[in-house]
Structures are given as structure tokens and as C-alpha cells.
Design a protein around this ligand. Structure first.
Ligand code: 13P
Length: 334
């Protein structure tokens, strides 16, 4: 492992004014998104849609540091034969790859999941590196509910995240370590704080045990936020302050950057939260976005599968990318 180079890539992923586009929806997930805009999900329509995003020149060169791809996409070519990876590189962004293989029920822990995909990961990482990937993503999912999460679920998911991160660094790929505490329940913001704290503490403990170099990784956490169904929704400033307080408790300063997931927040809300956090200032790490839905909901709607809507889709994407870019500097205005 060359830590100097890993750190350089990690720094570039969180360069000032830039953040990550999570375009790594699995075939099942992108089908759900396309169903919502009444577009049939085929290899070609998925390619056309993602080509539209990656050819959004302004957004890609000024606001997006890297793109997380799904396996299908990293091998695909644009309509004119240019590999999609090349389009990303030509815009000055870094190609990345989702490498987890989704979740499975965790035995003995009803309702809880463990992320899988470690078998053969070393060989897959070597192939992805050859294909241009310089960073990777693995997402663990922790649900909040009655009597969950269990210690077991937190432990096995943290262990797998660290196994993945160590394998990435050995393959000269920067790991995005993503332990997502879901915002689906009716829990309040303080319960989210407590659970996320347990999760992040365990994740960093495992990362240390497995000798992952913190300077060569990016953390992708959820924000500390009220559950979607909680009757009392914490305001933006409270989300910002509690998220920062938690990260200061749990995330070592050696980590170059923290790139949040949007997790089902609506797009402007995700921007407002990031902006409020960056206005607090004086932070040891860069704080940016690694949004999927919060960057793509608008362009998906504008595009709706029609080639004549490509400019409108690109404009919608560029607008959200610019708003989030401003938020990384605490300069966004509603
Ligand atoms: P969302 O921003 O839609 O949560 O997606 C980010 C991501 O990569 C989830 O793994």
C-alpha cells in the first residue's frame, strides 16, 4: 500500500467545493427510480441516463470530485463508443465503484441485516483498479426499531466494513466506509444520535484492529436526524449541531473527509443541512456530499427517458450539484 497516493486521492475526493455523485444504484434500485418516472429499465436506458449525467460538463468539472458506479456501468460505453469511465475522467472527476453485494438477513437477529461481498473481493478490486476505479464504496445498513440495533448487528457490520477497507487499501483503492443508520422509523433525533454513536465507535475500533490507515479513507455517515415518521422533526440548525458534535466525538481528525449520504432527505433539505454544518466551521475534516437521491431526483424527473429532455436533465443535475457545492463552503442560500 502506498499511503501517500491513497491520501492524495482521498483529498481530491473532498477537494474544496466538490463532492461525490452516488450513481451506483443496483439494477433493482434503479428500476424503482425509473418506475417512478415511467421509464423502462433496460441496459440501454440505464446507460443513456448515466451518460446524460456524466456529460453534464459544468457540474462534472466544477462540482463533482468523483462518481460511484455500479458494476454494470463501469464496463459500459457511451452511445459513441467512449467508455463511460473515460467521460468521467475527461471531466476531471475520479471513477469509483460500489463493491458490496447487498444485504442478507443476519441469523439470530430478526429484522436485521448484514452486508455481504467479501469473498473474492481482492480479485474484483484488482479488476476494478485496471478499469480505472480509484476508490470504492461498501454500505452497511443499521435499522432503528424496538430492541434494535443489536450489538451483534453493529459488530458484524463494522467487522465487514473494516475487512473491506483493508482489502481496498491493499489494492491501492481508497475505501468509502459507509455505515448507514436508516432514517425510516419514528425515533427522535436523540435516538439517532445514540445509535449512530455506538455504530461509529465500533466502526473505528474495527478499522484500527484491522490496521486501516485513516488518512487513506473517506467516511460516509448518515446525518443525526429525526426519523421520517417522528412527529417532532428537528430543525436544520439542530441537525447540524448534533451531527458535528457526534462526529467530533467519534471521527478521528486523521480522516481527510466526511461525505454524507442523503438517505431519503429531500434534495433541498440535504443541501441545507450540509450548508449549516459547514457554516459552523473550525472542523478537522472536510465535510461534503456523496448524494444519490438528493442529486438525482430532479434530473430523473426532468429527463423522464426522452432524448429531447437531455438538456433539461443536465440542467437540473447541474443546479443541484452547484447548490451542494456552495453548501460545502457554507455559502448556499435558499
Ligand atoms: P442516498 O444519498 O440516496 O442515500 O444514496 C447515497 C448512497 O450511496 C447510499 O449508499
Amino acid at each position: 500500500m502506498n499511503l501517500f497516493d491513497l491520501n492524495k486521492v482521498a483529498q481530491a475526493m473532498v477537494a474544496p467545493g466538490k463532492g461525490l455523485l452516488a450513481a451506483d444504484e443496483s439494477t433493482g434500485t434503479i428500476k424503482k427510480r425509473f418506475d417512478a418516472i415511467k421509464v423502462e429499465s433496460t441496459e440501454e436506458s440505464r446507460r443513456d441516463y448515466r451518460e446524460m449525467l456524466f456529460r453534464s460538463k459544468d457540474a462534472m468539472s466544477k462540482c463533482i470530485s468523483g462518481v460511484i458506479l455500479y458494476d454494470e456501468t463501469i464496463w459500459q460505453k457511451a452511445k459513441d463508443g467512449t467508455p463511460l469511465v473515460k467521460l468521467i475522467e475527461q471531466a476531471g472527476a475520479i471513477p469509483g465503484i460500489k463493491v458490496d453485494e447487498g444485504t442478507q438477513p443476519l441469523p439470530g437477529c430478526p429484522g436485521e441485516l448484514v452486508t455481504v461481498g467479501l469473498d473474492k473481493l481482492a480479485a474484483r478490486l484488482a479488476d476494478y483498479y485496471k478499469q480505472g476505479a480509484r476508490f470504492a464504496k461498501w454500505r452497511a445498513v443499521i435499522d432503528i426499531g424496538k430492541d434494535i440495533p443489536s450489538m451483534t448487528a453493529i459488530h458484524v457490520n463494522a467487522h465487514a466494513l473494516a475487512r473491506y477497507a483493508a482489502l481496498c487499501q491493499a489494492a491501492q483503492i481508497v475505501p468509502i466506509v459507509e455505515p448507514e443508520v436508516l432514517m425510516d422509523g419514528d425515533h427522535d433525533i436523540d435516538r439517532c444520535y445514540d445509535v449512530t454513536k455506538r455504530v461509529l465507535n465500533k466502526v473505528f475500533q474495527e478499522l484500527r484492529i484491522q490496521r486501516v490507515a485513516l488518512e487513506g479513507m473517506i467516511l460516509k455517515p448518515n446525518m443525526v436526524i429525526s426519523g421520517k415518521k417522528c412527529p417532532k422533526q428537528a430543525p436544520v440548525q439542530e441537525v447540524a449541531e448534533k451531527t458535528i458534535r457526534l462526529l467530533k466525538e467519534c471521527a478521528p481528525a486523521a480522516v481527510p473527509g466526511i461525505a454524507f449520504l442523503s438517505g431519503g432527505q429531500d434534495d433541498e433539505e440535504a443541501t441545507a443541512h450540509l450548508d449549516a454544518m459547514n457554516r459552523i466551521g473550525g472542523l478537522p475534516w472536510k465535510l461534503t456530499f456523496s448524494y444519490g437521491r438528493a442529486l438525482q431526483a430532479a434530473p430523473q424527473k426532468a429527463w423522464s427517458g426522452k432524448s429531447e429532455n437531455v438538456p433539461a436533465g443536465q440542467q437540473a443535475f447541474s443546479h443541484r450539484a452547484l447548490m451542494n457545492s456552495l453548501a460545502t463552503k457554507g455559502e448556499w442560500k435558499a
